[in-house]
Design a protein around this ligand. Sequence first.
Ligand code: 13P
Length: 242
Amino acid sequence: MKNIVAANWKMNFDIDKAQSVAQKMAEIINTKAVDVVVCPPFTHLDRLDEVFSSSVIKLGAQNMHFEEKGAFTGEISLAMLQSVGCEYVILGHSERRHIFYEDDEFINKKVKSAKKHGFNVILCVGETLEERKNGRAFDVVKTQLQKGLDGVDRQNVIVAYEPVWAIGTGVSADRDTIEEMHKFIRRSENDVPILYGGSVKAKNAAEIASIDDVNGFLVGSASLDADEFKKIIDEFIKTKGV
Ligand code: 13P
């Protein structure tokens, strides 16, 4: 099973700051034990492609549109992403689902299109606090997986479990919750790496990595700091013994 530690920079950094953080990452991250992916805003991809060209770090996008080209104001196609060195794309992130109202059918179209273009797809799933309180966490994740991956072969598919209530809060889900959900996902997704995301940082990385079905992380705010991101990667490698 492939292990992946991915950085989701979300809507942060201007181009110069992005370049300097990326340059530092390229200098200090040399591992081949895990796939390291950085997903900056679209406008920074081209420059970061250059920065990462002689490093182990791969480039990912945070979103895309499933159409090839045409009258889709404000959207970015897969061919455009490919032309700036992108190999990964994050789809179905909870911020896309909740702030931009993307539903499972729409996400499924993106997954299919990204796969057709040879991208590695990181499909995010996860329940809200209300859904968890109502005992619906497993149903929600099951539906997101079934609909999001409907008609999709699993090659180059990565699932990221990101409980919405743990994103950007500074407090990750607890060990038992992560273990239980990753096991649940594993039952239907045998061969797919399952990442955990939601307030991952250097301090809690080892504990989360010690869970069997955690095959990596999707890191938000802690990935904005090159040293912290490297520590998270190191903790993962050390704990997994990979
Ligand atoms: P934080 O690590 O900031 O909680 O964000 C997680 C996330 O949404 C990654 O995609």
